[in-house]
Design a protein around this ligand. Structure first.
Ligand code: ADP
Length: 269
């Protein structure tokens, strides 16, 4: 795994901005206090990562985030022996580090990872709360402040890549979706600095684009893309061009589909 796949967010940082949509902050805090693992489901770019970063900072915990991919193995999470100056030394992986420190470990898109990952997660997600490290012979007991959070996007998983029921059942779960229009407008305004009244048409356009059932798109316009679009508008790009660059091009390559989406853009601006 490349080092950039993993980042730790020091809680010395300012509280990341997060606007709650429902009771998700209460549930997260309760899960943390009661030592329950949490699964967050939802489409790409709807605020899952931001929510977790926000909650980690609110609870004053370090956050170890791992973006899972199809080459990610259990050893990438737990650690491995590495050669250092001619000698082999054990290097903790992000999950082990989080357990030792009593931090929050967030495995983003966990279904992408290799199957052996679930083997290390299981004993951490029941009342044992242990992480056995076969290679070092250690059995780590997770402190009360350790929390495991995983996420996945149910929208584009194929059947081979969904979480096994025996794994899902170990987590309490929150379902995320794009925020309702008034909240999404506020988020975009806050994130981009574009005045709210200029964010309203953008959110209306997003709603229309998301409702296009007949168009075969793998993903729909995310809150993240709306923020990018608003940033372009704020910096002087004409809204029509901003929407083409930030909302249409990232979603499709097919010329006919693009023309259809652009018609909606032109009808708005
Ligand atoms: P995900 O992890 O679901 O793919 P992110 O958490 O990275 O998505 O969200 C993408 C962007 O959308 C964030 O960087 C942030 O700008 C914005 N965002 C989405 N939802 C919220 C929210 N409720 N409060 C604040 N920002 C949000």
């Amino acid at each position: 795994m490349q080092p950039q796949d993993i980042h730790s967010l020091s809680t010395q940082n300012a509280l990341p901005f997060y606007r709650p949509v429902g009771h998700e902050c209460t549930v997260f805090e309760m899960a943390y206090r009661q030592r329950l693992p949490l699964l967050v489901k939802g489409p790409t770019g709807c605020g899952k990562t931001r929510f977790i970063a926000h909650m980690a900072a609110r609870l004053d915990r370090n956050l170890h985030t791992v973006s899972c991919h199809d080459d990610l193995t259990a050893a990438d999470l737990t650690g491995r022996y590495l050669l250092k100056g001619g000698e082999t030394a054990w290097m903790d992986g992000p999950l082990t580090r989080a357990v030792r420190e009593g931090s929050i470990c967030y495995l983003d898109e966990v279904v992408e990872a290799r199957k052996d990952v679930t083997v290390v997660l299981h004993p951490l997600t029941d009342d044992r709360r242990i992480l056995p490290l076969e290679r070092t012979g250690e059995i780590l007991h997770a402190p009360d402040t350790f929390m495991l959070v995983i996420s996945y996007n149910p929208g584009y998983q194929n059947i081979l890549k969904s979480l096994k029921p025996s794994t899902r059942q170990r987590f309490i779960s929150l379902s995320f979706d794009f925020p309702p229009p008034e909240i999404e407008t506020g988020i975009i305004a806050c994130e981009s600095g574009l005045p709210e009244e200029q964010c309203v048409p953008l959110v209306n356009l997003a709603r229309q684009l998301r409702e296009l059932k007949e168009v075969d798109l793998e993903e729909v316009v995310s809150t993240r893309l709306l923020v990018y679009c608003a940033i372009l508008i704020k910096n002087g790009l004409p809204p029509c061009q901003a929407a083409e660059t930030a909302l249409v091009e990232p979603l499709c390559d097919d010329q006919d589909v693009k023309q259809g989406l652009l018609e909606l853009v032109r009808a708005t601006y």
